[in-house]
Design a protein around this ligand. Structure first.
Ligand code: GDP
Ligand code: MG
Ligand code: K
Length: 274
């Protein structure tokens, strides 16, 4: 039987542990990630012995600043899981999607498990799941891990993206100067990224942010590093903001318009949807 490695990624408090338990039952193994005291749990998915699920630490971003972020990045880039299950707390969707956008750049087959849907329903809000999935280009499965609801559909969706190797392909959330910088840097580093086994879009975004581990891994020439710095400086001047804020702003603008189209708060009507 071909083994399938799956990664469970999401924010803290999104219900990751609850979902992990739903998916694996009591069938789990707890250890540490190599070299750090970050807990690593893995288990087989119930009724799917071929699927090994690894519970990654709860994180908000794929920046390289905390042990949890580093462990998650390294796992996703080095262990090549066949798919990511990205758990999103539907009651806190804007904040949770910030990580989602970064995970999508890894171009690993992915399914969004939209959790806490029981709370969304109880609050009288509505999330248009199909619209969200269509706009992101990633399957979205509404679940309530706490009530063990939607788990079967989630496993089906995961099997489907694995079997058909369905990778996220929509990265059109950056516009203007940021888009220009990512695009230009992508050209410069393309060969290096392929060589290092890094997704080009992820690497280019990280270089716009000034990410040191990416610079090292890609082994970019001094001249090209200068060129990249120039491109980023031009972007910062044009936007009158710094590199990391420029990308964070882009992500949040995109998430805001996405949620305006997909989330209806109680009392609003559908006609108000943009
Ligand atoms: P983690 O930090 O991501 O591992 O989150 P946990 O699994 O510890 O869950 C955080 C809290 O949310 C706990 O109190 C859970 O019982 C609760 N929770 C998890 N899933 C759901 C759900 O689907 N609905 C509701 N209402 N609560 C949930
Ligand atoms: Mg947990
Ligand atoms: K909660």
């Amino acid at each position: 039987m071909k083994q399938v490695l799956l990664a469970l990624a999401g924010n803290q408090n999104s219900g990751k542990t609850t979902l992990f338990n739903c998916l694996t039952g009591s069938n789990q193994h707890v250890g540490n990630f190599p070299g750090v005291t970050v807990e690593k749990k893995e288990g087989h998915v119930l009724h799917h012995k071929e699927m090994t699920l690894v519970d990654l630490p709860g994180i908000y971003s794929l920046s390289p600043y905390t042990a949890e972020e580093v462990v998650t990045r390294d796992f996703l880039l080095d262990e090549h899981p066949e798919a990511i299950i990205n758990i999103v707390d539907a009651t806190n969707i804007e904040r949770n999607l910030y990580l989602t956008l970064q995970l999508m750049e890894l171009e690993i087959p992915m399914v969004i498990a939209l959790n806490m849907m029981d709370e969304v329903r109880a609050s009288g809000n509505t999330i248009h799941v199909e619209t969200l999935a269509k706009k992101l280009g990633v399957p979205v499965v509404p679940i309530s891990a706490g009530k063990n609801e939607g788990i079967h559909d989630l496993v089906e969706a995961v099997s489907n993206v694995v079997e058909n190797n369905l990778r996220p392909m929509h990265f059109d959330f950056c516009t203007g100067e940021v888009h220009r910088a990512i695009h230009a840097i992508g050209h410069i580093i393309e060969d290096h990224a392929h060589h290092a086994g890094y997704p080009v879009r992820f690497a280019a975004t990280k270089l716009v942010e000034g990410d040191e581990p990416t610079k090292k891994v890609l082994n970019i020439h001094e001249n090209d590093l200068h060129l990249i710095d120039h491109l980023v400086e031009d972007m910062e001047k044009a936007l009158d903001t710094d590199r990391e804020a420029a990308l964070a702003d882009m992500r949040y603008q995109y998430i805001e318009s996405l949620c305006a189209a997909c989330v209806v708060k109680r009392g609003e009507s559908r006609e108000q949807l943009r």
